[in-house]
Design a protein around this ligand. Structure first.
Ligand code: HEC
Length: 288
């Protein structure tokens, strides 16, 4: 009897200590790597064809990535994940990519192949000022850009002018910040789902060059996407929220910004929608 409980205890503590490859992948790699297609970096299917049976090479690459493919950004070192964590990620990548066929990269996908300083719209995973380490910079068009934080699952700020200067970042070791080229015109203080909403980032897609973010806010599944306003300064923000109860979002008024909604009631810093309205609604932000 004693023997058994000891074995259990040992097995349990090993399981508890083992790093979770899936979770580590989501936190550290998913912003740039997707299962079956190239986004910022190659797909997991491609990783599998390169590294199946070679965990050491996979770990070595992740700690000290090299410049290999033309016209993609440099992969930042993942040394902070640690060797054990990278091995867990390796196991996860090999497992989920097994038997999967890669999709052809969408032609003209600005994400992967275009000269990164020219294409608009453009989505870039980069370390941004005044945002979390999992931030994504989005150039909607030649004037309007924004920073969306995949860690906090929310818009951080929007600016007009140029896009970003990645030079400090590309030159550095991955911990320096890109520079915003232009003027920040809108800063969002907290998630519309509430300051303390428990959020979980589920990934993002790029459709026609524009990002579509998926996350959970509490129990609600949220899809949030961005597109440019036609001619002028601002952006269009579209949501789809799965909810059975009326949705009340925080939208504090801000000077310099006017927001209009295509449905729901926007008043007194709150935005109220029925579940049917919440399934698809759009907010247009005009900036001065
Ligand atoms: C900021 C974006 C970014 C992040 C985050 C990122 N990668 Fe990459 N990764 C890239 C890019 C870009 C390339 C292609 C680089 C090249 O070919 O020059 C790449 C290539 C790779 C490759 C292919 C290497 C080869 O031999 O061709 C592997 C494996 C890889 N990454 C693993 C990882 C792992 C594991 C993580 C997370 C721990 C990670 N990456 C996080 C951008 C990223």
């Amino acid at each position: 009897m004693k023997q058994i409980s000891l074995t259990f205890a040992a097995a349990f503590s090993v399981a508890a200590a083992a790093p979770d490859g899936k979770q580590l992948f989501t936190t550290n790699c998913s912003a740039c790597h997707m299962l079956d297609q190239m986004v910022v970096g190659p797909s997991l299917v491609e990783m599998r064809s390169l590294y199946n049976g070679k965990p050491d090479d996979f770990v070595n690459w992740s700690i000290a990535p090299q410049k290999k493919r033309p016209s993609v950004i440099d992969m930042p070192s993942m040394v902070h994940v640690g060797e054990e964590g990278l091995r867990a990620i390796y196991a996860h990548v090999m497992q989920v990519s097994k038997g999967v066929t890669a999709k052809k990269q969408e032609k003209g996908d600005p994400y992967a192949a275009a000269p990164t300083h020219l294409a608009r719209p453009q989505v870039m995973r980069i370390f941004m000022p005044d945002a979390g380490p999992a931030s994504i910079a989005v150039a909607l068009d030649d004037i309007n850009s924004l920073c969306w934080d995949a860690g906090a699952c929310r818009l951080r700020y929007a600016w007009t002018g140029g896009f970003i200067d990645g030079f400090p970042y590309w030159q550095g070791n991955g911990s320096s910040l890109a520079k915003v080229l232009g003027t920040v015109k809108y800063t969002e203080q907290a998630s519309p789902f509430g300051k303390d909403a428990a959020v979980k980032f589920l990934g993002y897609k790029v459709k026609g060059g524009l990002p579509v973010f998926r996350y959970k806010a509490g129990e609600k599944m949220v899809t949030e996407s961005y597109s440019p306003v036609s001619g002028g300064m601002g952006f269009v923000r579209s949501f789809s929220v799965v909810t059975t109860a009326p949705l009340v979002l925080d939208f504090p008024d801000q000077s310099g910004v006017s927001v209009t909604a295509d449905k729901g009631k926007l008043a007194g810093g709150k935005f109220t929608l029925t579940p049917a309205e919440a399934a698809a609604f759009t907010l247009t932000y005009s900036l001065k």
